[in-house]
Design a protein around this ligand. Sequence first.
Ligand code: ZZB
Length: 258
Amino acid sequence: QEYTGVKMEVVQWSPEAEALISNKAGNRKVYLVAATLRPETMYGQTNCFVGTGIKYGVFAVNDKEAYVCTVRAARNMAFQGVITPRGNVEQLAELPGSTIVGSKIRAPFAINPEVYVLPMDNVLATKGTGVVTSVPSDSPDDYQTLMDLRKKPEFYKIDPSWAAIDPVPVISTPAYGDMTAPAIVKQLKIQSQKDTKQLAEAKEIAYKEGFYNGKMIVGEYKGEPVQEAKVKVRDSMIKAGLAFAYAEPEGFVLSRSA
Ligand code: ZZB
């Protein structure tokens, strides 16, 4: 899988994460890195998700930057030459996902430039970076999780204000309008992020409709089909130093343990 690694600079750590990092990153700028297959949707980021039970590390990229992701993703990045020196992973600090929640980050290209880190039940430690950027207009999982968090902030141990940013229209599709994910969630009668089977189906529908029939309604490539804008948005994020190519070696973990 060829993902785009999106760099979200930490603007303000939660007190818990701040205490764990203290001065361990030195003068480096620290970024949460999300792996996405939909770079063209980045205008509509409203928050970012981590798994509360997942262990994250702060990894040195070079003298100037550090990335927050799983150790598994950091190792992949080191092999891909994203982290230097190639093949070498230096962990500066360890952060349980629960401690990162409530931190504020800068979401590149987003219409809402600063957003919060929130918890999601279904983040897989074994996929991408373990950090997921949230686009509730176009991702059914993101939309449903945001609704769950708004319904039960105490249960999820969040401040309601962290989940206050509404979905932002980014792409228009003929079948679902400019809020594709909420429309599919409603159509499939999805009630919570625990409805994982229906959410998988919703994701499949949203991917297809967005990619084949979607048109950009915001940003530099407004009016263009998603099929054309996808790579252009990705390239301009990479050129701006806000993203990088991140490949996931398919079946790598399985073939190693087999
Ligand atoms: C932003 C985004 C906007 C995404 C969208 C999707 C959609 P796939 O197809 O199964 O490989 N993701 C990334 N890493 C994880 C993880 N560790 N655990 C759970 N979810 C993760 O899924 C790739 C997508 O799943 C990624 O692209 C990311 O969310 C999420 F409008 O990034 B995406 C219809 C989907 N729309």
